[in-house]
Structure formats: C-alpha cells, structure tokens
Design a protein around this ligand. Structure first.
Ligand code: NAD
Length: 303
C-alpha cells in the first residue's frame, strides 16, 4: 500500500499503546480513521485529540472478542466512509501464570481478545476490502495483525498469551497466502513486538470480573512482577514501533519486529525443531531472569 491520504483505516485497541500511535500516524498521513477500544474514556481522549487536529475520525466502543460488536464496527465504517483500506487488528491483553493454574475465565478472556478479536476482524473486514477492490480503480489495501515475539517463542509462565499469539502468527501467515491465492490487491503483515512500554502490563484494567475479581495465583503474581519490569524498562517506544509498521505496510513486508536482535531465540527454536532436539532454555542468555522466576515460584510453594 503506497498512498494513505484520504484512505480509511480501522484500528482496534486505539485508546492506548501501539493502537494510539497507529492512529496518530494515520492522522498525520491524512487518513480517515475508525477507532475502536473497549475502554471508552481512553478511546474518547484519542478521538478528541485527532479530531481537534483536523482529522476525519469516528470512534466506537467495541469489545473485539464479540463478533456482533466487530460486525457493528464494520457497518459504522461503511456508513461513515463507504470503504476500508487499512485494518489494524491490534487490541490485546497480557496474562501470565503456569498453564495448569490458569482458570477457564483466564483462557476465555485472553483467547477471546487476542485470538477471536483478530478472527472477527478478518472475517468482517476482508470481504469489505475485496468488494471495495472491485469498485475502486487502483485499490490497495493492507491488514496488520498484532501478535508478539511470544507468537514465535514459548517462554514459561505465560502459556495462554503464547498460545494466543502463535495462533495470530499462523492466522496471519495463512491470510497472506490466501490473499495471494486469490490475487487480491491486499497485503498482510504480522507485528511481533518484544517488550515495549505501553499499558499492556495493566491489562487487567479491562478484564471481566471473573478474571479481575479472582485472587492472583503465586505464578500469576510472579508473571506480573516480570512483566512490569520487562515492559517498563523497554528501550524502544510505541511510536517507533508504529513508524516501523507503517514502513512495512509501504514496503509490503510481512514480519514486523521491534527488536530484531531477539530473533536469535527464534533461530534456536527453529533449529531445535529441525534438529529433533528438546526445547532449549529460553533464558539461556538471561539466567538471572530464570533464577528470579524460579525462586519466586519456589518461595510461593514453600508458603
Ligand atoms: N507492549 C508490549 O510489550 C507488547 C509486546 C508484544 C505484543 N504486544 C501486543 O500489542 C497489542 C497492543 O497492546 P499495547 O502494548 O499497545 O497495550 P495497551 O494496553 O497500551 O493497549 C491495548 C489496548 O487494547 C484495548 N483492549 C483491551 N481489551 C480489549 C477488548 N476486549 N476489545 C477492544 N479493545 C481492548 C485496551 O483498552 C488498550 O487500549 C496487543 O495485541 C499486545 O498483545 C505488546
């Protein structure tokens, strides 16, 4: 996708972090914006900021895990702007803990937002994009799904998140192939950030009461401490990641990484697979992190 001015972008999770930065860049490029987020006050702040700066922008409170709410978002997009060119299926939540300790409510919340949110976005927006391509001469579209480096690795104590993000990588790679198979003028990218300071460590602010009301297990508490530290001390900003993502859209580049140096762990994992070796220690380069986590879990077991 080469031209952005006057084109329509839909962004989920637009109230904070990467989504807010995608919206700001889209506005600077003269795009018409459709902003969605489950957190109404944060969404309204971004809408107000961008419309005050002169952008054509609508916003709609949307829970991406609900099919009917994404359907309504798609309808609102067509009613307001009559087309759609760029879609960011970006809303997501973080979660940790040992896999056998996570409740069904934890699984349902995180897979609902991180995986089903992307599924609903693809099911509702791709047909509208394919239709627009038949109407608009020279149509160019692009979809960006936000996964994570956790979609390419499997660090311990964050199983639900890993599962959800591996699924998003798989879905997006397949989407890329499907779009090529039907020769659609629509590109696809998967964004795989490492640790970047955003609101992700405070994801429970938007969790259903079955999740936020339940006491955190020891492993969840340990995961929260690690997430606060890793995300909080990230050196690459959400703005830089969003800028890199727009460059990737222009260049029709599929994989978008915030920390390319972290790909060594992905290479090790791939070598484990093709070499028929058991999974390597993901903390091999940071034994201090593994030891801190192991000590926290041991201390909790000993009560
Ligand atoms: N920040 C990181 O280190 C990092 C690393 C890898 C991947 N990611 C991914 O980046 C994406 C964006 O997260 P972020 O880091 O900007 O965090 P963030 O918390 O700043 O932003 C996420 C936004 O999604 C919204 N949201 C949460 N649940 C929702 C729902 N059910 N429906 C609609 N919106 C909902 C939140 O209100 C928030 O505005 C997520 O998919 C996350 O998993 C983040």
């Amino acid at each position: 996708m080469q031209t952005f001015a006057g084109k329509v972008a839909v962004i989920t999770g637009a109230g904070s972090g990467f989504g807010r930065e995608f919206a700001r860049i889209g506005a600077r490029l003269g795009m018409h914006l459709v902003l969605a987020d489950v957190q109404a006050d944060a969404l309204e702040a971004v809408r107000a900021e961008l419309s005050a700066a002169g952008s054509k922008v609508i916003s709609r409170r949307t829970d991406v895990s609900e099919d009917s709410e994404i359907a309504a978002l798609a309808k609102a997009t067509m009613d307001a702007f009559g087309s759609v060119h760029l879609v960011f299926n970006n809303a997501g939540v973080g979660s940790g803990g040992l896999v056998w300790e996570n409740s069904l409510a934890d699984w349902s919340w995180v897979l609902g937002v991180n995986l089903w949110g992307v599924v609903h976005g693809v099911r509702h927006f791709v047909p509208l994009m394919l239709e627009a391509a038949t109407r608009e001469p020279g149509y160019q579209g692009h979809i960006v799904n936000t996964a994570s480096m956790a979609g390419l690795l499997n660090a311990p104590n964050m199983g639900i998140y890993n599962v959800s993000k591996h699924a998003v990588v798989s879905l997006t790679e397949t989407l890329y192939q499907d779009l090529r198979l039907v020769e659609a003028p629509i590109g696809a990218s998967v964004l795989c950030p490492y640790f970047v300071p955003t609101g992700i460590s405070a994801s429970h602010r938007n969790a259903p009461s079955a999740v936020s009301g339940a006491p955190a297990t020891a492993s969840q508490q340990a995961a929260q401490v690690m997430s606060n530290k890793a995300v909080g001390s990230g050196k690459v900003s959400a703005t830089e990641v969003a800028e890199r993502t727009f460059e990737a859209i222009r260049a029709d580049q599929f994989y978008v990484f915030s920390h390319p140096h972290a790909l060594g762990n992905v290479e090790t994992r791939m070598k484990d697979i093709v070499g028929d070796r058991n999974p390597s220690d993901p903390f091999a380069a940071r034994p201090d992190v593994r030891d801190a986590l192991r000590n926290a879990l041991r201390a909790a077991r000993q009560g």
